[in-house]
Ligand binder design. Structure first.
Ligand SMILES: [Zn+2]
Ligand SMILES: [Zn+2]
Length: 259
């Protein structure tokens, strides 16, 4: 069986100290590919360096909405350069987070739009982070996202109705351990309507440990097996068939080489 963790932060300090062991446990659990996602200039550089060290590991580069306030023309220039590294498979994560509002909303919008432009220019897909900003995110994608190769809403925690809108635009949807949480019935309803050729699985580790491992404070790719199992059950499929389908979707989304 082969599964790809399509959104992890292996460069964050909770995991970065012993990535080799994290990867070994992941492989043992059947999670054999990883997309380590950049969030700021330093993490972007680290993500590329890490991906260069491991087979089946790829990187993305982007500026998280939390860090939008720090972005200058130079930041975007470097982002554009890093994005041309051969291990980089997407721009992101980028988007809007109106839950924490760690950066001004006007900065978040500006930096999101700039990254959509870079993705378009370089023909790369985009990983979108959207929290309590659904309509605003869709509106920026409408204005600035035309011509972007592919878009995924990561760590989807919206309703089936919102999922339908996202799918209507041709976008993809990715689920974390949130889908396993007891109080997440709405997210499970959303997962049920997402076809397998638009669905991906991720940990967003070190955050979001899935049930029944939610007590494990530091999430890691090995635990994604629980999320995959939950989604396979929702789809009434064998885990192996589900894994094959979503891995094909992930490879196509990020244009990963065939194994
Ligand atoms: Zn995110
Ligand atoms: Zn993330």
């Amino acid at each position: 069986m082969e599964l790809i963790d399509t959104h992890c932060h292996l460069t964050f300090e909770e995991l970065a100290g012993d990535v080799a062991a994290v990867i070994e446990r992941s492989r043992a659990a059947g999670v054999t590919g990883w997309i380590t996602v950049g969030t700021d200039p330093q993490q972007n550089r680290k993500a590329i360096e890490l991906a260069e060290r491991f087979e089946n590991m790829y990187a993305t580069v982007g500026i998280h909405p939390h860090d939008a306030r720090t972005v200058t023309a130079d930041t975007l220039k470097e982002l554009r350069e890093l994005a041309q590294n051969e291990k980089v498979v997407a721009i992101g994560e980028t988007g809007l987070d109106f839950h924490y509002n760690l950066s001004k909303q006007s900065d978040q919008r500006r930096v999101f739009a700039s990254q959509l432009k870079i993705a378009k220019d370089l023909n790369l897909p985009v990983i979108v982070h959207c929290r309590e900003a659904f309509e605003e995110t869709m509106s920026i994608l409408e204005q600035h996202g035309r011509g972007v190769k592919r878009v995924v809403f990561h760590c989807f925690s919206g309703s089936a109705e919102q999922a339908k809108i996202v799918l209507g635009y041709g976008f993809y949807i990715s689920f974390t351990g949130v889908v396993t949480f007891k109080n997440a019935e709405a997210v499970r309803e959303a997962a049920q309507i997402v076809p397998l050729d638009r669905l991906m699985v991720e940990t967003d580790c070190p955050y979001m440990s899935p049930e029944p491992m939610r007590k494990q404070k530091i999430n890691e790719p090995a635990l994604m097996i629980h999320t995959a199992r939950c989604l396979a059950e929702l789809k009434r499929m064998d885990l192996a068939d589900f894994a094959e389908a979503v891995t094909a979707t992930s490879r196509a989304f990020f244009s990963l080489p065939e194994k």
